[in-house]
Design a protein around this ligand. Sequence first.
Ligand code: DAH
Length: 341
Amino acid sequence: MTMQETLRDLQQRALPEIQQTEHPEALEALRVKYLGKKGELTAVLRQMGSLSAEERPAMGQLANQVREEVEKALQSAGEILRAAAQEKKLAAEALDVTLPGNAEGLGHMHPLTLVRRRIEDIFTGLGFQIADGPEVETDYYNFEALNIPEGHPARDTQDTLYFTDSLLLRTQTSGVQVRTMEKLGHDVRIICPGRVYRSDAVDATHSPMFHQIEGLVVGKGVSMADLRGILELFAREMFGENTRIRFRPHHFPFTEPSAEVDVSCFACGGKGCRLCKGEGWIEILGAGVVHPHVLRACNIDPDVYSGYAFGLGLERVVMCRYGIDDMRLLFENDVRFLSQF
Ligand code: DAH
């Protein structure tokens, strides 16, 4: 091949090769291959020395033309590749602001928690503090100190799981009364919400685990009248302005006198309906004046100090309040049920 043919051949191979390149690195490799210091064009130019003085200018001109053509092709191919890359990047980063967002499914409180918190709010507003006690309790705090000695019939109605002869799952929150009086003495104003356990079969109104809220006030001159006043306030806050309460005589070993306490039905206002089973009243708690035996067990002199106590079943209040007719719904954790509150 003459030098002229070599130059034309170089151009003819280089231009399509450059135009078909798809990657910037490949384009750079072509630049090196054709125009680099060890490239093909440089190799041709090195042979210029062997030409005659007449041939040289024309050949130089041709070589420059070829270089320009190749450079032009490299530049425009480079621009096309850069534009394509930019377009691809923009497409990948594109954000459709008209798409709706993904809403986060927010959880919420269990109805038992909702009502417990409401009750806690009411009593803390009345100056009560919230106390706590262990669910694994001793026979002493669960029974003995509450005036329920061994062999007492009240034990039969509160069977539970025993770990040892004297260690059990508490059957009532009343044990916290004793623990609190041991700690605070004769100046007490507490409620104690918590889980309790009984060996009951599961049905619509029974569960081997449920919740109580215990209340206790001890001081000088604390009476049944104070108990009635506080429970009336509570009932009105909890169930509505027009709610009335009524005390029915009852027996609890740790209070004397004792009462079961009903609230006027908040569904029918006392006329009698399905919720109150025609009674007009709904029983919600047990209460009474703390028995002298219990005070003495806590080293409190019953001739100087007195107290009242009450115990409320949380499930019962929740079920009445929301018209739930089966307690099992509260523990099955079916979100279709729970999402209604
Ligand atoms: N502990 C009782 C129960 O589980 C409820 C109760 C009744 C608690 C009267 C009291 C009370 O503090 O004075 O049935």
